[in-house]
Ligand binder design. Structure first.
Ligand code: F6P
Length: 341
């Protein structure tokens, strides 16, 4: 069998380990052959491919990013569409596709599978917000990067007796904020799932400061302030038409300063969280998912993605994968909130 692999949507550490896992297992155990599509669905629509053999995947598990490139190309727009993609795959002798991506990628994969194409999925989101899998690779690395940054923010904050605000990723959910904030000893964590007033925030900051601490506030980019209906966005829309988030930390800092009188600085960690080498945990998870995707092709599990449940790799339908957003449950937030102030 000849299989095409693509990575699509925002990148995250571990994508290369998935590619390596799929190719190694596929070649050695199933006798499969592989090619890579460049830049996600763009490569599928335009027939832009690279060879993926033993040589190309050598030593890549520890490399950040994706050797195939990625994009947020919608395969149904422009020159795309089912007919064009079917023709491209047939002409190039590609029997099946492994699509590694998040919500947008899997939604496109589902439409194509419904139209008869043979596609299996591998979940990817640094935000860890897909309901059908316990963890996604990239999340562990992002949390560690955020914690390292927060540890640094705390030492400079302490030197100057300042309040430090760290803004992390998390469009719809606050998993990165919750985990990194707990690990770094944050005095307040603000996430999209929880409405928190600026007065409450000021109270936590003031209480930490009064105990002689330099307050650390962690905020997810998707946090919706009490007085707003939407997350803070000032940079237009991305290719999927979603608002580009970022900047809520800078917006909160002067409010904190005004309400508490404590000098406050904000830092947006941004794409640093998605760059660089994956953690050991992410490399192992990504490798296992890649191997399972190669098995899925042999087993003909079209329209399904591999997922982590406990320590097992399982299979779930695209429908199920797209159905639920994995939000931070109230009890997990309450647990973290015990440490606030
Ligand atoms: O969806 C993952 C994510 O990292 C979000 O947390 C963030 O809003 C977005 O991607 C940023 O994407 P881009 O690479 O388009 O700036």
């Amino acid at each position: 069998m000849r299989i095409g692999i693509l990575t699509s949507g925002g990148d995250c550490p571990g994508l290369n380990a998935v590619i390596r896992g799929a190719v190694l297992k596929g070649m050695q155990i199933h006798g499969q052959e592989f090619v890579g599509f460049r830049d996600g669905w763009r490569g599928v629509v335009e027939g832009d491919m690279v060879p993926l053999g033993r040589k190309e995947i050598q030593g890549i598990a520890k490399q950040g990013g994706t050797i195939l490139g990625t994009s947020r190309t919608n395969p149904f727009e422009g020159n795309g569409g089912v007919d064009r993609i079917t023709e491209n795959l047939e002409r190039r002798g590609i029997d099946a596709v492994i699509a590694i991506g998040g919500e947008g990628t899997l939604a496109a994969a589902k439409r194509l599978t419904d139209a008869g194409l043979k596609i299996v999925g591998v979940p990817k989101t640094v935000d860890n917000d897909l309901g059908a899998t316990d963890y996604t690779f990239g999340f562990d690395t992002a949390v560690q990067i955020a914690v390292d940054a927060m540890d640094r923010l705390r030492t400079t904050g302490e030197s100057h007796s300042r309040c430090m605000v760290a803004e992390v990723m998390g469009r719809h959910v606050g998993w990165i904020a919750l985990h990194s904030g707990m690990a770094a000893g944050a005095h307040a964590i603000l996430i999209p799932e929880q409405k928190t007033s600026v007065e409450q925030l000021a109270e936590w900051v003031r209480s930490a400061y009064d105990r002689g601490r330099a307050p650390l506030v962690v905020v997810a980019e998707g946090f919706v302030p009490d007085e707003s209906d939407d997350a803070h966005s000032e940079r237009g829309l991305d290719a999927f038409g979603r608002p580009r988030l970022g900047g809520i930390g800078e917006r909160l800092a002067p409010l904190i300063e005004e309400l508490t009188g404590i000098e406050t600085r904000a830092t947006t960690l941004g794409h640093i969280q998605r760059g660089g080498t994956p953690s050991a945990y992410d490399r192992v998870l990504a490798t296992r998912l890649g191997m399972a995707a190669s098995d899925s092709v042999v087993e003909g599990r079209w329209g399904r993605m591999v997922a982590l449940r406990g320590t097992d790799i399982v299979h779930v339908s695209f429908e199920e994968a797209l159905g639920t957003l994995k939000v931070v449950p109230q009890n997990r937030y309450d647990e973290a909130a015990i440490l606030f102030g």
